[in-house]
Design a protein around this ligand. Structure first.
Ligand SMILES: [Zn+2]
Length: 200
């Protein structure tokens, strides 16, 4: 066992207009405020996270930016069959944002989710360390990633997952809470070790 069981209620909720006393709205101090280079309206620059391999929290500014990017990507969704449009945006540990939308196909099984497209865009640009992902859906409450996307997200570690609705409300969970005991490289390595043990 390499991880603890998930908490009973891993998803924390965030209202559209949080109050100052809401404990879920307190801004974590473990991040340096930052921004991507192309967002010139932001005053403070995005900087690399000090501990890129450590689980971290996003501040409100980062969450809002990520949700906004996912919401914009959702507008490009190709969902003529289900009518269910999804947008996703991933924030890399060096402050870059990559987006994706769901792309359906007349051959239904070829349809690909927004989350996987966002991850693929980031990886294609050389980014494999993520600080968070936002997923915007029309569901109320906002829908969580499907099982396949959870597995793809888990490939790159544990980080916050923001589930947002069209009204601006959001809930926060994590990759590990969504997919505990994910199949990963460690499992493959153990299998390889076991195989070596039998043949040596
Ligand atoms: Zn999916």
């Amino acid at each position: 066992m390499r991880q603890a069981l998930p908490p009973k209620n891993p998803i924390s909720r965030r209202s559209k207009t949080p109050g100052p006393q809401d404990p879920t709205t307190s801004r974590p101090q473990d991040l340096t405020p930052s921004r991507p280079r192309d967002l010139k309206t932001r005053r403070r620059p995005f900087l690399e996270f000090e501990e890129p391999d450590k689980m971290r929290k996003m501040n409100h500014e980062q969450i809002d930016m990520l949700v906004s990017a996912a919401s914009e990507a959702r507008k490009n969704a190709h969902a003529p069959y289900s009518g269910y449009c999804v947008g996703a945006a991933v924030l890399t540990t060096d402050g870059r944002i990559f987006v994706g939308c769901n792309v359906e196909n007349a051959s239904y099984g070829l349809s690909v989710c927004a989350e996987r497209h966002a991850i693929a865009a980031a990886v294609s640009a050389g980014c494999r360390k993520f600080a968070g992902v936002a997923v915007v859906t029309q569901s109320d409450p906002p829908a969580a990633p499907c099982g396949a996307c959870r597995q793809v997200l888990a490939e790159f570690g544990d980080f916050p997952v923001i589930l947002a609705g069209l009204d601006g409300s959001s809930q926060t969970t994590t990759v590990r809470d969504l997919l505990p005991n994910a199949f990963d490289a460690e499992a493959l390595a153990e299998a390889s070790d076991n195989k070596s043990g039998r043949t040596s």
